[in-house]
Design a protein around this ligand. Sequence first.
Ligand code: PMP
Length: 396
Amino acid sequence: MQFADRLQNVETSAIRELFKLLGKPGIISFAGGFPDPALFDADGIAQASAAVLANNPGPVLQYGATEGYGPLRDGIAGFMGGKGATVAPEGLVVTTGSQQALDLLGKCLISPGDKVIVEAPTFLATIQCFRLYGAQVIGAPIDANGVDVDKLEALIEEHQPKLVYLIPTFGNPSGATLSLERRKRILEIAVRTQTLVVEDDPYGELYFDAAPPPSLLALSSQVPGSRDWLAHCGSFSKILSPGLRVGWLIAPPELLAKAVMCKQFSDAHTSNLTQAICAQYLTMNRLNNTLAVVRKTYAERARVMAQCLKRDLGDAIDFNAPQGGMFFWARLTGANGKPANAGEFAKRAIEQLVAFVPGAPFYAHDPDLATLRLSFATADVAKIEEGIGRLKLALG
Ligand code: PMP
């Protein structure tokens, strides 16, 4: 079959191949990016669903507006306002997961050959999505405080990208969080260089002890003109349920209008039923309790994972313990002749019935082959202890 040229830029990810092995009986997986289903507030979602279908179900079972279900747009505007980011309901579009927001941005902004800058490493699906539109994806280095702003600025000057894509808070896969000072500088750079910055923020609510710095969107009120150069993607996936497939895009009016037009031709609108369930849920005063449980559970798992990694893998591995989110980003040091290639190590780990994702696919180019991502979200504390013990065996 003759496929479109655009497919030449992308291939099925190596991660998918690895995921096929995860069905092995007895495997402990730190590989997925899934939230723990035991933490879904199924009762709350059931109540919200029942209420939605009991009261005038016609509109939610009907086709709806491409921009989104009115009460949910209001609810999201209120939710964002609670986090210090003022947005009118008309200033956001509900999307089918934040993944669709990224796709719409690619569709609206990227022509073949255009350059985009992402963090190195970054969310794999974003690299793939932007490449599908023909982007040349350039990685900007990061450290424990997020992207290196001096280097990012130099890359922007050099490449004049169509957009810069960042996950400033509890990055996937890096776990890193951009400092407040760097956030402000990025907004200033966006204004000065007239470069669109896309802030992807699915993890910001999953903090352990203290809330992270305000989002770029919230800070944009302090940097004149920056709102014109900022898009923000949000999602209910990690705070409520990814199966609902509800996210949102906040962007300058001109860009938002184009995104709505593209969405119209793509899926017409996000499921009214799941949007209404989210809207109803937000009015039920349960989200704070749900989030408190999720934060506490993930904080404990991250603490145990850090402890076990130190105890069992010692100087064979370096990592920065994240302050929230779902991931540890680690690097094999090769000390004492232990493995330094995470791909090889992943194969040995699978033999010991424990899985993680090698870091290489998260780089747009020049991968660091010693890196790997460990998710602490889905395995409970006992499994984390057992799984890291198995990693020690795999280390040899
Ligand atoms: N952005 C990032 C950084 C993610 O990690 C994910 C999901 N793992 C998404 C976007 C997409 O999430 P969703 O479409 O479920 O909102």
